[in-house]
Write a protein that binds this ligand. Structure first.
Ligand code: G6P
Length: 359
């Protein structure tokens, strides 16, 4: 086992560090394939994206990126609820995109089976080659992340985001739904993503020190707007899964509609704040929390954040639609180091399984 960990203390840490390579494989492994699949699904207007857990957060990112680039609005639903809520709505004109790293999650497989039964087209985004999801689906895109041993998903998530982003870019090009130059710019940024992730990994010592400072905290809030809501939810999920600290991910706009009542002196609020449409609004959301004494930990690329933050993790500048791929990395590291400092085994969190094969 030590040999398999290649000098890392845990599989999770190894897998976090493998992300530049995994994302690169996801990109190069899908070149060619992606245009072919984009053409096959280009005409669908009724699109559902189904998934569970971390893959559900990739589905949420997919929704935003489809809206922005493809000008289509997919419905994102927990695979566990899909059968009960959408059975009558699925037909031959429906596209169901299932995201599952293992390809074996019972709820996701049940959603795929129902979609097939109703005549829908099913595209799965999967990591494990030959898994059940790949056998049940019409079309498959692989994430090429390699085996992931840690129960908490890391490199399978960033590669899912990479693939869904590539798919949206390919569709936007084919359907002409976004500005050519803009598409070229984000495509180039996507190819550079391994480098940006590498830069984010460079903050590990800073994050380790931060974890030391936060290790006794009992509640965390992760806030984000728009596409960054997915990052807030996923950051909070990582913390819950392996550090056993209570964490909530929420839309920053919702803060003053209730959760603000829970913000007291020194409660950590992690703000996911890349430059983009809502940065100014996000800064006022941060101020709302800061005025109640919250300890503000911001992730962003703009200097304006420094004034409103106790700690700023300065991120590489990437377009907002791709920001989830790189912004999750420091949050994975934060969850990992908090888990270790609290004496837990991040690879084998209590009560959880790598793939949940019961409904
Ligand atoms: C389990 C794992 C999670 C994973 C979820 C969905 O709960 O612990 O890490 O996100 O299943 O798994 P899937 O294989 O469908 O992506």
């Amino acid at each position: 086992e030590m040999a398999e960990k290649q000098g890392y203390e845990h599989f999770m840490l190894k897998e976090i560090h493998e992300q530049p390579k995994a994302v690169k494989e996801a990109i190069y492994g899908n070149l060619g394939m992606i245009d072919k699949i984009a053409r096959e699904i280009a005409n669908y207007e009724k699109i559902y994206i189904v998934a569970m857990g971390t893959s559900y957060h990739a589905a949420l990112v997919g929704k935003y990126i489809f809206q922005r680039l493809v000008k289509k609005v997919p419905v994102v639903e927990d695979a566990s609820e899909f059968r009960y809520e959408f059975e009558d709505l699925i037909d031959r004109d429906t596209l169901v995109i299932a995201i599952t790293q293992s390809g074996e999650t019972a709820d996701t497989l049940a959603a795929i089976k129902l979609a097939k039964k109703k005549g829908a087209k099913v595209l799965s985004i999967v990591n494990v080659v030959g898994s059940m999801a790949t056998r049940l689906s019409d079309l498959v895109l692989y994430t090429h992340a390699g085996p992931e041993i840690g129960v908490a998903a890391t490199k399978t998530y960033t590669t899912q985001l990479t693939v869904i982003s590539m798919l949206a870019i390919a569709l936007a090009k084919y359907l002409n739904t976004a500005d050519r130059e803009y598409l070229q710019k984000i495509e180039a940024e996507l190819y550079d993503m391994p480098k940006y992730i590498e830069a984010a990994l460079g903050y590990e010592n800073k994050i380790k020190n931060l974890a030391e400072r936060l290790k006794e905290k009992r509640d965390f809030f992760y806030i984000g707007r728009g596409i960054s809501l997915a990052t807030a939810l996923e950051g909070a999920l990582k913390l819950k899964e392996i550090s056993y600290i209570h964490a909530e991910g929420l839309s920053a706009g919702e803060l003053k509609h209730g959760p603000l009542a829970l913000i007291e002196e020194d409660v950590p609020v992690v703000a996911i704040a890349p430059s983009g449409k809502t940065l100014e609004k996000m800064i006022s959301n941060i101020q709302e929390a800061k005025a109640r004494g919250a300890l503000i930990i911001s992730l962003g690329d703009s200097e304006e954040l420094r004034k409103v933050s106790d700690i700023l993790i300065k991120m590489p500048k990437v377009d907002e639609v791709l920001s989830p791929i790189v912004y999750i990395v420091p949050l994975q590291l934060l969850a990992y180091h908090l888990s270790v400092l609290r004496g837990n085994d991040p690879d084998k969190p209590r009560n959880l399984a790598k793939s949940v094969t019961v409904e």
